[in-house]
Design a protein around this ligand. Sequence first.
Ligand SMILES: [Zn+2]
Length: 52
Amino acid sequence: MRCNEMKKGQLLVCEDCGFEVQVVKECGEECDLGACCTGDISCCGKPMKLKE
Ligand SMILES: [Zn+2]
């Protein structure tokens, strides 16, 4: 998941170490071309998974 695809309240989890992050505030449309949105949010070298 890239940060500009995530909605408030969604959780990402790392399947390797169990690290979890939750979206408290969404990034805005100005983030579309931001450096933080060029790839998946990752932990332990892998993309983090959305937790249902
Ligand atoms: Zn991890």
